[in-house]
Design a binder for this molecule. Structure first.
Ligand code: ADP
Ligand code: MG
Length: 429
């Protein structure tokens, strides 16, 4: 009766009565592969064998190991733990049934029984088992999928942080290039002027040489010198030369400052924890972003007495830069940025205020949300403040904000001076 065997499952039939095995076995093998056993010990071997059964029909009363013992052993073994067990028994006492169910049986069938009912109940159990396995597979699949998505998310977050940094660096590079170009431009032009001046002076010097030569030509040389001095405006040259040199030296020292600030600011690849000077960090950062501020902001500094602070200064510079650039961007038209620092107890406070447009009250508690921005696409990423808040937290500190629409905004960074448990934790490699 091949047509009936669509179920394609293996049953293990356990009964000490050969007649039961014969009747049930003959009937069930029309539908399933049937393994048979007349003892508990042998049944356990078959259950762990190569052809593992999908369902076990287990007699309760057997000599030697009885059905309760068999099911206890099956459930204790991870190999056979999952195989559903149906008790097939002549006992029909509620207490016995309860005992079997407590041990993990999925159903009870009473002997003697109607074979079609037996078949129906076996099929139900097999179907349930398949659904259980399917659900477990689905669960495992979903868990793996969840894990994969979480990793993907983390990857995306990292990439975004990276691109925020790159964008900031790009913006800075443009500003810094401008700051360096300016002095390089006028130093270059000064050098060209000096070259002409020196040519003129050398001409006059040549003529002076003649004074020391033939006495007959002295008078002529004197007149020539007089003429040259007027022609080339030597008096002006002599006054202008020191100015040009001073101006050039000044320009070069500006370039040197910017380069030093860049080095300070970035601490190239160096995130070490150290006792550092917050004011130096602020000044370097200001130098770097000066180009973003100088046209429309005046900056006032009110630095208090601050001790060195245990920090990663290049990270703090990143925070100062984010706050200062936000301040500058909040100022439409002209305005003022004030930087104030002071110490309270064992903490330092760094406050950056602007006279910009302020923050709408409904936005105030969203500022530190990643990707929250009110700026147009391309200008704002909404990552500056969350990154800054994270840096402050990694230092055992915090950033607070207060704002009045139309008047301005104040960000305050509060940091512990000495190493704390938080900073120590973040120090671990
Ligand atoms: N000084 C400030 N004045 C007014 N609004 C500010 C100021 N700083 C930040 N904001 C608001 O917070 C938002 C988030 O800032 P931020 O995280 O630095 O991202 P982004 O500057 O890229 O928008 C800004 O879009 C702006 O709306
Ligand atoms: Mg910003």
């Amino acid at each position: 009766m091949e047509k009936q065997r669509a179920d394609s499952a293996t049953l293990l039939l356990v009964d000490d009565e050969p007649i039961n095995i014969k009747v049930f076995g003959a009937f069930l093998s029309e539908y399933f592969d049937v393994l048979v056993s007349t003892s508990g010990e042998h049944a356990l071997q078959l259950a762990k064998g190569n052809n593992k059964p999908d369902l076990i029909l287990l007699d309760v009363m057997m000599p030697g190991m009885d059905g309760y013992q068999v099911i206890a052993r099956l459930k204790a073994d991870p190999d056979t733990h999952d195989i559903p067990v149906v008790f097939v028994t002549a006992l029909s006492d509620d207490a016995d049934e309860e005992r079997g169910l407590k041990l993990g049986a999925v159903d009870y069938i009473y002997k003697p029984c109607n074979l079609s009912i037996l078949l129906a109940r076996v099929r139900i159990q097999l179907e349930l088992q398949r659904s259980r396995v399917w659900l477990e597979d689905q669960n495992a699949f979903l868990e793996a999928e969840l894990e994969r998505r979480q990793q993907e998310n983390q990857q995306v977050q990292l990439q975004l942080l990276q691109s925020e940094k790159l964008a900031a660096i790009g913006q800075l590079a443009a500003g810094v290039a401008h700051e360096i170009n300016n002095p390089v431009g006028f130093v270059n032009s000064n050098l060209n002027t000096l070259k002409t001046y020196i040519g003129d002076l050398l001409g006059v010097l040549d003529t002076y040489q003649k004074l020391a030569g033939d006495p007959k030509q002295v008078e002529q040389a004197r007149q020539e010198i007089q003429k040259l001095r007027q022609q080339k405006d030597i008096d002006f040259l002599c006054k202008d030369i020191p100015d040009l040199i001073d101006e050039s030296l000044d320009g070069l020292s500006r370039v040197r400052n910017i380069v030093a600030s860049l080095k300070d600011f970035s601490h190239v690849g160096d995130n070490k924890w150290e006792m550092a000077d917050i004011h130096q960090g602020l000044d370097s950062t200001l130098n770097i972003i000066w180009n973003e501020l100088k046209y429309h902001c005046t900056v006032t500094k009110d630095y208090g007495d601050l001790p060195p602070v245990y920090c990663q200064i290049s990270q703090l510079n990143q925070v100062f830069m984010n706050l200062l650039i936000n301040a500058a961007q909040a100022i439409k038209g002209k305005g003022e940025i004030s930087i104030r620092t002071w110490q309270t107890g064992r903490e330092v406070n760094i406050e950056i205020s602007d006279t910009g447009e302020g923050v709408a009250p409904e936005h105030l508690n969203r500022l530190f949300e990643p990707f929250f921005t009110t700026k147009p696409v391309g200008k704002g990423t909404g990552l500056g403040l969350p990154i800054s808040q994270n840096i402050a937290k990694a230092h055992g500190g915090r950033i607070e904000v207060a704002s009045i629409v139309g008047q301005g905004t104040t960000f305050r960074v509060v940091l512990p001076i000495e190493p704390t448990s938080v900073t120590r934790e973040n120090e671990e490699p």
